[in-house]
Ligand binder design. Structure first.
Ligand code: OOB
Length: 522
């Protein structure tokens, strides 16, 4: 695929020789299950359920349908679905024909979808009926498939085709999926993950977490996000012969009865949802006795919340510090309490090369905080079609600059202290500050604007737009209306607006965002 930067040969050889890359295609995760344990339950979505054999056959019919419409290896397909079974069937269908899903997130709206369509030039857009109107915003896309009522478009259900012969599939070194970056500044970038590297990602995550055929994994976070997709998520669970339970909301009113009914053993949440679950469990009446493991990640989990998980939810906690670009860190089952409660874990692979550097790019003394940089068998060497950004986001020797401020303890475990990049982590949702600032600058009453994160008990941080007004100062309501009219995902709307006279500057004349955040946060 053009615009894809792979690993240098020397590294590819090493990762193959050491067994990270096994030459397995993602489509085999399901087909292997269908031949080994056809009758086992694979997927549950409300009252609908599929065995491995049934899900495999469904994915095959969708693959045939896509093929019959001329969708081929290397074509991109923009996937914009909530946690519904069609997402799973479609993902496997695409993996099989070698077409590449672009994983839009459910909260994305016009602004993000238009951007993704421009960047990825997909041949098809697959959307849920609730978001169907967005399809009109991307007229250049050849096919629109709608899950639910298709309106003027094609129903996803009509895609299915029985024709057995399929064109040649992908190679293990091909890009299998394009994930969205949460970790970069500016507009979202696309993260090319290959069959080889992502297969390692899901397989090793599943092994580390002890996922097996008794696992019943609840996908409560968006399945399009790396965490719930493959860390180990739905793909890791299916690889191990477990069952995946889907929910479109993590609200305890829905999720708790589902856990009891389906005997869910494991799930993954972002920290604000951990708090919501703790509060709801404290009210009593919920039966969470089947739950064995709760993964928490996406943003820093406070130690106080971490401490309550075991006693109050009755399951083990695992902290996960990951990024769609690759590197995953986990606390391990059996780690001492202080590691599980107070750190974000350590790298998944022996060949994850993690270095922690200071502003001069040189490694900091052991135990000091610095920027985490990484390269390894499942960490990308470049974003898709982004040569200029890649020149700054990666070092000369191929390390990804995470922008995260991290310390390494003697145990090897990492603690995330903050970040050096301009992204606000609003409880796991990543707000690319520059993108929103640019949209706000087009408001007539905004002369200049800087968005900063301010500490928040529940979300970790919230966004505050600091505005230098032109004439009558705009209200938060004005600015939210302005952004909403431009079709911005709701989590990017500023939680607060402060009118300021000027921005504090560093000695180099750059806006001192940290000082500004202190000013408005107090
Ligand atoms: C996950 O992936 P992304 O791509 O949405 O966001 C990555 C960024 C990291 O660079 C870091 O800034 C932050 O999210 N982050 C954490 C964290 N986990 C992620 N910060 C502090 N503590 C943590 N535990 O968020 C992601 C991907 C796979 C698994 C889990 C999370």
């Amino acid at each position: 695929m053009d615009g894809f930067t792979g690993w240098p040969d020397e590294f590819a050889r090493r990762y193959r020789a050491r067994g990270y890359w096994k030459g397995r295609l993602l489509g085999t995760v399901l087909s292997d299950g269908a031949s080994t344990w056809p009758e086992r339950t694979a997927l549950i979505d409300g009252d609908r359920r599929w065995t491995y054999e049934e899900l495999d056959a469904w994915a095959d019919r969708v693959a045939a349908g896509l093929g019959a419409r001329g969708i081929r290896r290397g074509d991109r397909v923009l996937v914009h679905l909530p946690n519904v079974a069609e997402f799973v069937a479609l993902a496997f269908a695409l993996f099989r024909i070698g077409a590449v899903p672009v994983m839009a997130l459910p909260p994305h709206r016009e602004s993000e979808i238009v951007h993704l369509a421009k960047l990825a030039t997909p041949v098809a857009y697959v959307v849920h009926e609730d978001q169907r109107s967005l399809a009109r915003m991307v007229p250049e896309v050849e096919h629109v498939f709608v899950v639910g009522d298709p309106g003027e478009f094609t129903a996803f259900a009509d895609l299915e085709h029985d024709q057995k012969s399929r064109p040649a599939g992908p190679d293990p070194g091909d890009v299998a999926v394009l994930l969205l970056s949460g970790g970069t500044t500016g507009l979202p970038k696309l993260i090319p993950r290959t069959h080889d590297d992502y297969h390692y990602n899901l397989r090793a995550s599943a092994e580390l977490c002890g996922v097996d055929h008794t696992t019943r994994y609840l996908a409560a976070l968006p399945t399009a996000h790396n965490f719930a997709l493959a860390c180990p998520g739905i793909l890791g669970t299916l690889w191990a012969g477990g069952a995946v339970v889907l929910t479109t909301t993590a609200d305890p009113d829905v999720a708790f009865p589902l856990i009891a009914r389906e005997q869910v053993t494991m799930t993954a949440l972002v920290p604000p949802l951990v708090l919501v679950w703790l509060e709801a469990a404290a009210e009593g009446g919920a039966d969470l006795s089947s739950l064995r493991l709760l993964q928490a990640g996406g943003a820093r989990l406070k130690a106080e919340a971490a401490r309550r998980v075991g006693p109050e939810l009755g399951c083990a906690l695992q902290q996960v510090y990951g990024m769609a670009e690759g590197l995953l860190n986990f606390t391990r089952p059996g780690d001492p309490a202080e590691i599980v409660l107070d750190t974000q874990g350590r790298p998944l692979a022996d060949d994850d090369e993690v270095r922690i550097v200071g502003p001069d790019g040189k490694p900091v003394p052991p135990g000091d905080a610095g920027e985490l940089q990484v390269r390894g068998p499942y960490t990308i060497r470049g974003y898709y079609l982004a040569p200029e950004h890649n020149a700054v986001a990666f070092t000369q020797d191929g390390f990804y600059r995470s922008g995260d401020l991290v310390r390494r303890l003697d145990s090897g475990d990492l603690v995330v202290d903050g970040r050096i990049k301009d992204v606000i982590n609003r409880g796991g949702d990543k707000i690319p500050v520059e993108e929103v600032e640019n949209l706000l600058l087009s408001h007539p009453a905004v002369d200049d604007v800087v968005i900063v994160g301010i500490p928040d008990e529940a979300m970790g941080e919230r966004s505050c737009a600091c505005v230098i007004a032109r004439g009558e100062p705009p209200t938060r309501r004005d600015l939210v209306a302005h952004l909403t009219a431009r079709g911005v995902a709701a989590f990017k709307l500023p939680d607060r607006v402060r009118i300021v006279e000027r921005f504090p500057r560093t000695s180099l004349g750059k806006v001192d965002r940290a000082a500004l955040a202190r000013e408005v946060g107090s």
